[in-house]
Every structure is written in structure tokens, then in C-alpha cells.
Write a protein that binds this ligand. Structure first.
Ligand code: FES
Length: 73
């Protein structure tokens, strides 16, 4: 069941994951869809061992989100 009035909030954290809050549909690489409600963290550093979810590895590798913009100049 979908609620058109539900709000999806995505927060970009400093040197960390994307925090997704609300009701969302997650489609995996094989096309399998699941609808979730709540709060989850999606990996932004690319090094999680549980993609697409954050497993905290960004802390171990000292992920620096400012490094993403070095080639934008
Ligand atoms: S952002 Fe946390 S493991 Fe990648």
C-alpha cells in the first residue's frame, strides 16, 4: 500500500552514509523490489560489505566526502 502523503527524507551525512527516512521502494541489482518504512543508511563511500547499506566501513577507511569534488573544478 502506498501513501501519497508520506514524506521521504534523505539526509547526506558528513563523511558518511545517506540516511533515508520514510516509506521507500528499494530495487536491488536483480530488479527485486521491496517496500520499506522506517530509517536506513545507504552506503555513499562504496566500501560497505553489505551494499547498498552502510556497515560502518566508511569510518575505518576515513571516507572524505570533500574528495568527491576535487575533479569538479
Ligand atoms: S557510507 Fe558507511 S560503509 Fe559506506
Amino acid at each position: 500500500m502506498e501513501n501519497e502523503n508520506s514524506e521521504l527524507k534523505i539526509t547526506v551525512t558528513h563523511n558518511g552514509p545517506l540516511i533515508v527516512e520514510g516509506t521507500y521502494k528499494l530495487i536491488d541489482k536483480d530488479g527485486k523490489e521491496t517496500t520499506e518504512t522506517g530509517k536506513t543508511a545507504l552506503c555513499r563511500c562504496g566500501h560497505s560489505h553489505h551494499k547498498p547499506f552502510c556497515d560502518g566501513t566508511h569510518v575505518k577507511i576515513h571516507f572524505d566526502d570533500t574528495a568527491d569534488n576535487k575533479d569538479d573544478k
